[in-house]
Write a protein that binds this ligand. Sequence first.
Ligand SMILES: [Zn+2]
Length: 163
Amino acid sequence: MQPLDPRQVRASIVNSSRSRIATMTLPAPWPPDRLDERDYLGWIDPKAPLRAYVVLGEEIVAEPVGVELRLADSTGPARTTLCDWCRTDDGTSTARLVVARRAGPRGRAGDTVGQYVCGDLACWTRVRRPLKAHEKSVTGAPDLRVDDLRRRVLEFVDRVRAG
Ligand SMILES: [Zn+2]
């Protein structure tokens, strides 16, 4: 994805307050590495381990749009659920409940959107790992994992920003 500057990232968040966004800590290093492979920016706040963010860039949306997420406390029972975004389980991350407050009045009233996603938010790495032999299509159908990931993350962000 194209690099975003910190001001664009802060301005993109649709479901948080201005004062809360001011306390956002960007990932280090900044700008993030491997931007050419990333479909979105996704990171856990280095100073607030239960806060995370996902920001879509112009590859997916006309204007950058980002969402603040609350991570469920990981002390709960382990789940083997597949990630709702990348649908892969390579044994390197456990799907974890993330909850986003909806934008606008519904969010202020406490309405949220939740999904199970890879706890490190690095789905973009998993959809790029080479397919194993048994995962390859016998009919020669194209590998759509990247497109599917982008669509699912956008659907989630759209549900949040629709309020
Ligand atoms: Zn994932």
